[in-house]
Design a protein around this ligand. Structure first.
Ligand SMILES: Nc1ncnc2c1ncn2[C@@H]1O[C@H](COP(=O)(O)OP(=O)(O)OP(=O)(O)O)[C@@H](O)[C@H]1O
Ligand SMILES: [Mg+2]
Length: 601
């Protein structure tokens, strides 16, 4: 994606494809509004000619009356026609603008919905990929800017307003001299070339800018997020971060200013040529008047008509010149929407829980764009009902291994088998139903306790007894008494805030709430006091005695309670065995145990 280059031929066909999609969706997502807007442009294109006709008839009748041949009835008739057309046109414009706005909003929702579906179907590993995040940023940004409707509006305006004006005025002027039309076209053609070149450049600048825009949003978020703003204040780093934000903003802004500067220069050049063209038109009309081809009245009319013709032609050329840029922006959205979904599971074997064992055979995995393997040649066996602890220093690959274990990321090599079936062949929905996973960076839902717990089994949302039981098991009875089930947690929307440890217990309760057979907990008690940690984990292991559990931790507190301990180092399993085995080995585990032993006395 970094080496984004446009193959000219490919882009040409792509433009048609993009336009086809935008056009189809314009009518499909909001048909009534689309019909209104189309009608609006047709009326808008014909209205000036119609009113001009009514007005001409009105004047003619007034002249006839003056000459004694006209009737006041006819005069009234044309006067009324003109008035009615004028009023109706204004009412129509008012209603149409409302309907068009509603239509634009409806289309936005549809486009956003498609994006939402895509987000839910993308392989999770893509969310670790900065380039794909850039694509997402571009798609969202253009959508916010209303690019799709803008394209259709421009093309309707080109075809119905400018083109109609162009044709009618060109016919009128051609009667007096055939030179007027080519003169007009030549005088404004630079607008087309300039918009085309500038548009292409602007597109590339914006394309490149996606990462900077994301960074800008991220840095701004550091000031506005409740958690980060406090840390920045205490660290005294807010000025530093603000400077970074300013630097990034200036960088973005300078590139945009540079574009604006080039735009202004090219526009000036185009305007000068247009004025020269207008001067040439006056000279031509003057010659025609002096040699008696046209009257003085027609001389004035020609000049006025030429100005309008120039305006209409310029409209067509500017909009036409900008269209490729707009289509390229819209193409960014479709590029994202057309990214492949997570590959379909070929076998889709339905799964109803572990019967015998999980086998991890020599797996390795590297994150996108990473140089180092996060997990390397790991082999492991977890029997049904076994409790295994995975220990290791920061960055040793524990979390990554847990994600590979439940098939969230695909292994680069090696395989993971559940009762002999490769994990990628299992039907994801039924497989994930049998797993409770408490992630290291779990989500704090700014929702009531009830929803925070039942999120793992939403069908039981109203099962108060079950929810209360999970809360008790995670040691949250006091919080339950204080907050009740239905009061919102967190101050974000006016609820009550709770502590980091309480949030962590809620995550554990959520994991316990789902009655699954395999439980994976990643640092479930890191925010808790070591003694409370031991208490919760002891209770947890008691409760999970028939279940299979993988518990990831830095701490050795739980290790006496589990059947097996794996110690990870640099993505590999350095040691594996029981508490006694590993102490006897006197290696990494023994070192960790001795260092932490005092906490648990
Ligand atoms: N999204 C990512 N993209 C690239 N590299 C990553 C990503 N996430 C983790 N890593 C790298 O993979 C390695 C293993 O990370 P992992 O999170 O699995 O470690 P961990 O053992 O769980 O650490 P901790 O104890 O701090 O939670 C680290 O070197 C880390 O830098
Ligand atoms: Mg981790």
């Amino acid at each position: 994606m970094n080496d984004f280059k446009i193959d000219k031929e490919k882009k040409k066909t792509k433009y048609f494809e993009i336009y086809g999609n935008v056009f189809k969706n314009y009518f499909k997502f909001a048909p009534v509004a689309a019909a209104f807007s189309l009608f609006n442009y047709i009326i808008g294109g014909l209205f000036p000619a119609f009113t001009a006709l009514a007005l001409a008839s009105l004047f003619e009748e007034a002249y006839n009356i003056q000459q004694g041949v006209g009737t006041s009835g006819k005069l009234l008739f044309w006067g009324l026609i003109y008035l009615i057309a004028y009023v109706l046109n204004n009412i129509f414009i008012f209603i149409t603008s409302l309907v068009i706005e509603l239509g634009a909003d409806k289309r936005q929702v549809h486009y956003r919905y498609l994006m939402c579906i895509k987000l839910s179907r993308r392989a999770l590993i893509d969310f670790e990929n900065a380039n794909i995040r850039d694509m997402q940023q571009r798609a969202e940004e253009h959508l916010y800017g209303g690019i799709m409707d803008r394209i259709i509006r421009s093309s309707f305006q080109m075809v119905f307003l400018c083109a109609l004006n162009f044709i009618t005025l060109a016919i009128v002027l051609a009667q007096y001299s055939l030179w007027f039309v080519p003169l007009c076209i030549i005088s404004v053609i630079p607008y087309f070339i300039a918009r085309l070149i500038r548009g292409k450049e602007f597109y590339y600048i914006k394309h490149k800018m996606a990462k900077k825009s994301r960074r800008l949003g991220y840095l701004w978020g550091l000031f506005t997020e409740r958690r980060t703003v406090k840390e920045l204040r205490v660290l005294g780093a807010d000025d530093y971060v603000f400077d970074k934000w300013t630097e990034c903003r200036d960088d973005v802004q300078n590139e945009l200013w540079e574009q604006n500067r080039k735009d202004a220069v090219s526009l000036l050049f185009c305007d000068i040529l247009r004025i020269i063209g207008y001067g040439a038109c006056i000279a031509l009309a003057l010659v025609l008047t002096l040699n008696g081809t046209v009257s003085v009245g027609v001389f004035g009319a020609c000049i006025a008509a030429f100005l309008t013709l120039q305006g209409a032609t310029r409209g067509i050329l500017v909009l036409g010149g900008e269209l490729p840029r707009e289509l390229a922006f819209a193409g960014d959205y479709f590029d994202y929407i057309n990214l492949p979904d997570e590959p379909e599971n070929k076998n889709n074997i339905s799964y109803d829980g572990l019967r015998d064992k999980i086998e991890v055979r020599d797996i390795s995995f590297k994150y996108p764009n990473a140089e180092k393997y996060a997990v390397k040649n790991v082999s492991l066996e977890i029997k049904k009902g076994e409790k295994i602890a995975i220990l290791g220093e920061n960055g040793s690959g524990k979390t990554t291994l847990s994600k590979l274990l439940i098939g969230l990321f695909p292994c680069e090599s090696g395989e993971i088998f559940y009762d002999g079936t490769p994990v990628e062949n299992l039907d994801k929905t039924s497989f994930h139903k049998t797993i409770s996973a408490v992630a290291q960076n779990f989500t704090q839902y700014r929702l009531p306790l009830r929803e925070n717990i039942a999120m793992s089994d939403i069908d039981s949302l109203n099962d108060d007894e079950k929810i209360t039981d999970a809360l008790h098991r995670a040691g949250l009875h006091e919080l339950l008494d204080k907050m009740g089930l239905d009061n919102e947690l967190g101050v974000a929307f006016g609820g009550n805030e709770i502590s980091g440890g309480q949030w962590q217990k809620i995550a554990i309760a959520r994991g316990l709430f789902r009655e699954s057979e395999l439980i994976i907990m990643d640092e479930p008690t890191s925010a808790l006091d070591p003694l409370i940690e031991t208490e919760i984990l002891t209770k947890f292991i008691e409760l999970a005695k028939d279940k299979t559990a993988v518990i990831i931790s830095h701490r050795v507190g739980l290790c006496r309670l589990v059947d097996k301990i794996a110690v990870m180092k640099d993505g590999e399993i350095a040691e594996i065995g029981t508490h006694e085995d590993l102490l006897a080995q006197n290696g990494e585990y023994a070192r960790l145990f001795t260092a932490q032993e005092k906490w648990y006395r």
